[in-house]
Design a protein around this ligand. Structure first.
Ligand SMILES: [Zn+2]
Length: 294
């Protein structure tokens, strides 16, 4: 049996702390066209898989997932068309197959990026290492075929990350991951102290619509916060990202942010950012490429 954690040597402790670690800060001296900060807005388009991952498949749950495809995606695409802005969408392969028309709509305008988000939003912690590898490889192959080129990056489903995940991402040759929280700035991922060449574009619950808004009867979670309060938090995060000259990254979900009052809040935020001089809006892929190449 494994020793209790308080009996571990420092060396043994490092074997778990160093599996996927932040390496060098990749914030560039300046962003394209002299911009002060980069803004990368992303949408995890889970649709029904957000419920299926927990074996919930009642018609009521499926309807909530369907809202993301039927209402959320068209509203988000209209908003981004209005301001001619790029976004990154992370889509489980099953959600993409249930809603091919939504994927076509995302790809049609040519500005947006689609990245990997698992096969059916599986929770990696429930899988064997072989199952995790197979599902991520199948997801990569699905998008390679659908996009006509390999996907550049991944947001792991539920930001879950096992001791095996980074090795799988390396084997798939991915440019970036956007699932970990060791910094606000882009950084290079280290695996057991070794640089991997993979860019991490970090996430945070604070910069995610889900914990502020998503009501989930099954878990008893029923947060509600006025959209303007979230706007204030996100604006403060954006202001500091500008002062630090680094990255402002949001994770949103079409079934969460796609509701009327929240989308109006997102539009307010976009207008604030657009009224700030020298800001670079980019997909996650563009940010990752830029910080590796500057
Ligand atoms: Zn998701």
């Amino acid at each position: 049996m494994e020793k209790p954690i308080w009996e571990w040597s420092l060396e043994q402790t490092r074997t778990v702390t160093d599996r996927a670690r932040a390496g060098r800060d990749l914030t560039p001296p300046s962003w394209p066209d002299g911009a002060r900060a980069a803004v990368a807005l992303s949408f995890d388009f889970d649709a029904e898989t957000g419920w299926l991952r927990r074996n919930q498949h009642s018609p009521a749950a499926m309807a909530r997932g369907g809202y993301g495809a039927r209402v959320g995606i068209p509203r988000i695409l209209n908003l981004f068309d209005k301001y001619d802005l790029p976004a990154s969408f992370f889509v489980p392969a099953v959600a993409a197959q249930l809603h091919p028309e939504a994927v076509d709509a995302i790809l049609k305008c040519g500005r947006h990026e689609i990245g990997i988000h698992g096969w059916i939003h599986e929770l990696a912690q429930d899988l064997t290492p072989d199952q995790e590898r197979e599902l991520l490889t199948n997801s990569f192959d699905f998008w390679k075929d659908r996009l006509g080129k390999p996907p550049a990056g991944i947001r792991t489903p539920s930001w879950d990350f096992t001791p095996h995940t980074l090795g799988i991402l390396r084997d798939l040759g991915l440019l970036y991951d956007s699932s970990l929280m060791e910094d606000d700035r882009p950084y290079e991922l280290l695996e057991n102290g070794e640089p991997t060449g993979i860019v991490e574009l970090p996430v945070e619950w604070l910069l995610d619509d889900y914990p502020y808004f998503q009501i989930d009867r099954a878990s008893g979670s029923s947060p509600y916060i006025h959209p303007n309060a979230v706007l204030e938090i996100w604006q403060a995060e954006f202001d500091l990202a500008c002062q630090e000259g680094t990255l402002f990254l949001l994770t949103m979900h079409p079934q969460v942010i796609g509701h009327r009052s929240r989308l109006a809040m997102l539009e307010d935020l976009i207008q604030t950012i657009l009224n700030t001089p020298d800001i670079w809006f980019a997909t996650h892929e563009s940010v990752a490429r830029y910080v590796l190449e500057y």
